[in-house]
Design a protein around this ligand. Structure first.
Ligand code: GAR
Length: 199
């Protein structure tokens, strides 16, 4: 199976769903390691699943460039075929992209290119859209700008608040991410300009 390093910063529910998917017989990917940039519950999910984990915090480095190189080094030690950013709330830098570019996936809680950034759910609600959703895409040097691999819509309800809407989006994200990781692991990705497709 393809080796996957998962990066997370938050509650780690997407990580949890990937660990569960990977535990199923025949799933074409295995979680080789979990990396975090801060103390967060994601670590406990890795621990529970018996998966190695590491923490590379920006505050432990003199600058972003040094942090980026350190993160790339520790991830490279697991020789991943794929890196998955599953609620990792830091922008990956040039050193990281140079090493793993084209095989880094990110999941975002909105229908890109609408509402990129750290508050995709809040921004969609504030705008008043009636449909938002989940996007899984390849990471490039921009913020949530890389080629889109999969998207699924989630309707906004009139009485939605950020937490409720985010939770419904996450239900979709957990499934979509596991599906895309499996598809990439078995079929790879063909890039055609700004588009990415499964062969
Ligand atoms: C997910 O909704 C993910 O799309 C989002 O953080 C959440 C992580 O959930 N990521 C971003 O907003 C990245 N810009 P989790 O901690 O429960 O896995």
């Amino acid at each position: 199976p393809a080796a996957v390093v998962v990066l997370a910063s938050g509650t780690g529910s997407l990580l949890r769903s990937l660990l569960d998917a990977a535990a199923a017989p025949g799933y074409p990917a295995r979680i080789a390691a979990v990396g975090v940039d801060r103390d967060c519950p994601a670590t406990a999910h890795a621990e529970q699943a018996g998966v190695p984990h590491f923490r590379v915090a920006l505050t432990d480095f003199p600058d972003r460039a040094a942090w980026d190189v350190a993160l790339a080094d520790v991830v490279a030690a697991y020789s991943p075929d794929l890196v998955v950013s599953a609620g990792f709330m830091k922008i990956l830098g040039p050193a990281f992209l140079e090493r793993f570019g084209g095989r880094i996936l990110n999941t975002h809680p909105a229908l890109l290119p609408s509402f990129p950034g750290a508050h995709g759910v809040r921004d969609a609600l504030a705008y008043g859209v009636k449909v938002t959703g989940s996007t899984v895409h390849l990471v490039d040097a921009g913020v949530d700008t890389g080629p889109i691999l999969a998207q699924e819509a989630v309707s906004v309800r009139p009485d939605d608040d950020e937490a409720g809407l985010h939770e419904r989006i996450k239900v979709v994200e957990r499934r979509l991410l596991a599906e895309v990781v499996a598809a990439v692991a078995t079929r790879g990705i063909v890039s055609d300009g700004r588009k990415a497709v499964f062969p």
